[in-house]
Design a binder for this molecule. Sequence first.
Ligand code: ACO
Length: 331
Amino acid sequence: MKRRDAVARISATARFLPDHVLTNADLEKMVDTSDAWIRERTGIVERRIAPDGMTTTDMGAGAASRALAKAGLEPADVDLLIVTTATPDRWLPSTACEIQARIGASRNCPAFDLHAACTGFLYAVSMAEGYVAAGRGEVVLVVSAEKMSSIIDWQDRATCILFGDGAGAAVVQPSENGEGILSSFHRSDGDMADLLERPAGGASRPLDPESLRNRDHMIRMSGREVFKSAVRSMAGAGTAVLREAGVDSSDVDLMVPHQANMRIIESTARYSGIPMEKVFVNLQRYGNISSATIPVGLDEAAEEGLIEPGSLILMAAFGAGLTWGAMAMRW
Ligand code: ACO
């Protein structure tokens, strides 16, 4: 794609993390695992878990309201609301409509869920950019909210150690001085759909006593295959967006990758030519919050002063689908 000036930027970010911390030591009491194994194989030390009664909508609305306040906007200013989640509160209606009502956004504001698993945030920011570029609206609110604990099989040690709950939000507005999205790259490969799935509970295999007994409505994953594919795809996507933006890996001020596994982050950074000092990592505290990892990471990095106006940010993600992508952005 031809290089062009940025048309949309992220004007504010925010996050909402539940207070309850589940440590590796807690997990040792639940499944046959150890703190040492989890740290060494994943880098995760603890994760946040939403209490019973705290929903995806609650967390998403919390992050959304904070992001709007930071941008100096009112809920009525939102022209489009996109929610990314793999854990909607209900199959019908969308969690986006629930968040729209909760935060008090206008009925004139279209609201919908976008499901691209962990890559959802990057897909959604690109959709937001397109909306702004087409002149359809000037304020797009992207909310990534996940209650992964609701779809985790707490008896499966290969997956239950990986995930956590939380939400991040970003306000996308027209670019003012050339800052914003410089390039993006998105891909998917449904041939690898079975690598990471919830086999039952959808239209093809509605819940029945047998699937409930087998816990087939919970996450199943071929970890090693996902791992290999993740490194390849994130590094390729990162390299592609840097090339399209006309910048070099040495120009990147901070990489904010999807936080799934420390070894995946390190390999991706190495293949992309980004030293680890320039890679933001909060995986040790939150685990994998699916699509919320990047907005939560951006928000923490900005708060810690790691991102400043003019910083060049590289984001990259992969997830179920499989889906993957990357984005280069001038902050
Ligand atoms: N504690 C102790 N041992 C374990 C655990 C555990 N929690 N989990 C697995 N093991 C064992 C396995 O049973 C296996 O034992 P065996 O050799 O006796 O058979 C051994 O450890 C090695 O298992 P592997 O699966 O090969 O371990 P690996 O090094 O690949 O690490 C992991 C597993 C951490 C899941 C890794 O493959 C990974 O991170 N994959 C990517 C997963 C991911 O990022 N998924 C999220 C995608 S994003 C989304 O869309 C939701």
